[in-house]
Design a protein around this ligand. Structure first.
Ligand code: ATP
Ligand code: F1X
Length: 314
């Protein structure tokens, strides 16, 4: 199974470590780092660390590609990103006491010709049987139903879409004519879409079941420190693993998506998907940037994941 990521709104993540974040105050940062990012890029980076070669499609600003060029030189990621005039956005991540405050910029306007070029490269890469992981916000210039259209195109081509989106892009995809193969919203994104709080895990499971009934084969809802719910035709599980020291929570959800994709590539069932997704996420939490430790460490974490039946949750 070939794996392709689609990142239409990548970012350079500028992570600033602070002792304590105080609104309105002057802060002296402990340290700062810059990583090539954006959800699909982070997924590609984690998959590459696990040993899965991946093709990265999408958009990149032509004026500041250095961090991305370095990532693609260091890891087995085939760069099929379409260059557009201007800069890739820089997103600010303020980390204090393990908590992250995100300031995400809108990103540059993407011209229609560039989007058409992305469609061409994606059509070449997404042969039948391919898993396409579309992740992150849509840039200005992109139609809000872009992912909904993509779900239909890929399904007609015999490729599968794993979608990690939020807001109107997620709503359009969930309510469009073709269901994505899999989705990974976080709990808040799912609650925003549903228009009601999902305070109990039973509420999350009920929404996931309803989405599965609409044709989404695999529904994963990440819930931060509470773990994640995994639901498919095989059943509904909650997977949890306590994290050690948190280096940065940025991209934990993307690492989980990478773990899900790695398990799908193995042809795994729901429990292995839940174990590997959780292990990737927790492994990433211990490191800054979209990076995993070596395979043995991730496998040991996967072994330690606690799996419970979602029906047993309050
Ligand atoms: N503090 C934590 N302790 C243990 N596991 C965690 C913690 N934070 C995140 N995780 C793991 O990482 C997974 C993904 O985290 P989260 O739900 O925050 O995703 P997200 O909101 O999509 O993140 P992001 O957008 O930053 O990538 C969780 O389902 C859980 O398995
Ligand atoms: O603005 P979006 O596209 O929703 O999210 C972008 C982003 O926050 O997602 C990644 C973490 O998941 C970061 O690398 C990046 O800055």
């Amino acid at each position: 199974m070939t794996v392709v990521t689609l990142t239409l709104n990548p970012a350079i993540d500028q992570t600033v470590m602070l002792d304590r974040l105080l609104r309105g105050e002057v802060h002296r940062a402990q340290s700062v780092r810059r990583d090539a990012g954006g959800k699909g890029i982070n997924v590609a980076s984690c998959l590459a660390d696990w040993g899965v070669p991946v093709t990265a499609c999408g958009i990149l600003g032509a004026d500041n590609p250095a961090a991305f060029d370095a990532l693609f030189a260091a890891k087995p990621i085939t760069d099929r990103l379409v260059r557009v005039a201007g800069e890739t956005r820089t997103n600010i991540k303020l980390v204090d006491a393990g908590e992250t405050t995100d300031i995400n910029l809108p990103g540059p306007v993407v011209p229609p010709a560039a989007l058409a070029e992305v469609e061409r490269t994606l059509a070449e890469a997404a042969t039948p049987g391919t898993l396409v992981i579309a992740a992150g916000s849509l840039p200005p210039g992109c139609a809000p139903d872009h992912y909904a259209t993509l779900a239909a195109t890929l399904s007609a081509r015999g490729a599968r879409l794993l979608l990690d989106a939020s807001g109107v892009a997620l709503t359009a995809a969930l309510e469009g004519p073709a269901a994505p193969y899999a989705i990974k919203p976080n709990r808040r994104e799912l609650a925003d879409w549903r228009g009601r709080p999902l305070d109990r895990i039973a509420d999350v499971a009920a929404e996931a079941r309803a989405l599965h009934a609409r044709g989404i084969a695999l529904v994963v809802v990440s819930m931060g420190a509470e773990g994640a719910l995994f639901l498919s035709a095989e059943g509904a599980l909650v997977a949890r693993l306590p994290a050690g020291a948190l280096a940065s929570t940025v991209g934990a959800g993307d690492a989980m998506v990478a773990g899900i994709a790695a398990a799908l590539k193995e042809g795994a069932g729901l429990e292995r998907i839940a174990r590997l997704g959780t292990a990737f996420a927790v492994a990433k939490l211990g490191r800054p940037g979209p990076n995993l430790p070596e395979r043995g460490t991730v496998n040991a974490l996967a072994h330690d994941v606690t799996i419970t039946d979602a029906g047993e949750q309050a």
